[in-house]
Design a protein around this ligand. Sequence first.
Ligand SMILES: [Zn+2]
Length: 270
Amino acid sequence: MLYRVEGLVIRSTDYGEGNKIITLLTPTHGKQGVIVRGAKKLKSRYGSLAQLFTYGDFSYYKTGSLGTLNSGEIITSFQELRQGLEGPAYAAYAAELTDRAINDDEAAAYLFHQLKACQIALAEGKDPQIVVRAYEMKVSSAAGYAPLLDECVSCGRQEGPFRFSSTAGGALCSSCKYRDSSALELEETVWKLLRVFSALDLRRLGNIAVRDSSKRQLQLALRRWMDNHLSLNLKSRNFLDQWEKYGDLLGERIKRPEPAAEAETGDGPV
Ligand SMILES: [Zn+2]
């Protein structure tokens, strides 16, 4: 049967002599694996179509579990995401996260649009430590694990202060915090961001300026959350961790201004 889908290449691996197998995230058919014959050959028409991050139109025949590309066209190459170290590191992480967190054939229209928006935001040079954190929240929700942030998971109390517990499922109030001694104390800004990310459609993400200390807390909270609920062992994360620690030393990290202590949110509609 011939399929024609829009898709984002979330994985691209070599296969046999000169071929590639790509995994597409599609809005209509979830994840689809497609063989691209001759993709590695110099004169291949489909070499760049088979590259990681490419957004394109793909036609393929499929009888078994893998499709075979018939024809295709690039809609956006996302070339910016292959330059330097920062862009590729974050974009590869987002792609691998998507690949691992959702099952084949799972309906994925919402996640498709979120990943596309994530790639666009990274390509535009928005702060990747914000873009990718927001995307992590979207993936967690899509996988069925959204944290409860507005009230205590244990007693339903709506007044803070709260601690963030990944094992308990989100916010714990001061009377219930004993339920998880490792629950995190987070800055108010970080709570705000977590709530924004939870409600936000990434297509509407503006520029948000966030202090480094808040970014570190945000990373830790989401890291614990995902380790607890998704337990994915991502290859791309090791590099990203090193990058977030030492990227400055490599001199390639794009310098972004630190916001003043009071003004954590910038010009964006969030
Ligand atoms: Zn409580």
